[in-house]
Design a protein around this ligand. Structure first.
Ligand code: GAR
Length: 213
């Protein structure tokens, strides 16, 4: 059973998709060991509680400096014996020590087709504002492994979503969530939990199932 830590900062709709997929059997061989938020008011914490999942707030504000915050975060992850860290709208830069200790064991969902509209400063609604400003006809979402860079790690899954006339950042964000994010993230976890994903030389290989899916 793969033990997950889901790291969140806000509404937690991606966390909800994971909780639902675990309950419905869309994700097998995985359980959420802990949900960690950097933001005490994140609605994601309520979602975890409603499903009986341990949830904690570890906020940089509660520590003297960044190093102490990072140490507390790592300590919690280690004490929960986590196998996979899932960044589900976690808007904090991941400490280098964490990337090193959990190499190829951290995944992130990003609301664009990487390498478009990603990197420093591209998060949440800003990604969709940039996509609309550039006038792209297609955008989407990406699940990738986390390395030392920002949105630079090996790509696991991507799904395209159409931009429609009259879209606002909010309507586009909602469509990308519904059509891509809430499907991709549970799918990525299920693939990893069932031993179908390997990473080598910065590239991801996904093993097909015996029945060809
Ligand atoms: C999601 O759209 C996720 O892709 C994005 O934040 C949102 C969180 O929503 N993440 C990033 O932009 C990371 N760079 P949620 O709290 O409802 O899951």
């Amino acid at each position: 059973m793969l033990r997950l830590a889901v790291l969140v900062s806000g509404g937690g709709t991606n966390l909800q998709a994971i909780l639902d997929a675990i309950e419905s059997g869309g994700i097998t061989n995985a359980e959420i060991a802990v949900v960690i938020s950097n933001n005490r008011d994140a609605y994601a914490l309520e979602r975890a509680k409603a499903h009986g999942v341990e949830s904690v707030c570890i906020s940089p504000r509660d520590f003297a400096d960044r190093a102490a915050f990072h140490a507390a975060l790592l300590e919690k992850l280690d004490s929960c014996a986590v196998d996979l860290i899932v960044l589900a709208g976690f808007l904090v830069v991941i400490p280098e020590e964490m990337v090193a200790r959990y190499q190829n064991r951290i995944i992130n969902i990003h609301p664009s087709l990487i390498p478009a509209f990603c990197g420093t400063g591209y998060y949440g609604l800003r990604v969709h504002e940039a996509a609309l400003a550039r006038g792209v006809r297609v955008t989407g979402a990406t699940v990738h492994f986390v390395d030392e860079g920002t949105d630079t790690g090996p790509i696991l899954l991507q799904k395209a979503v159409e931009v429609l006339p009259g879209d606002t950042p909010e309507t586009l964000q909602r469509r990308v969530m519904e059509q891509a994010e809430w499907k991709l993230l549970p799918q990525a976890i299920d693939l990893i939990a069932n031993g179908r994903v390997s990473v080598a030389d910065g590239r991801v290989t996904i093993q097909r199932e015996a029945d060809g899916t």
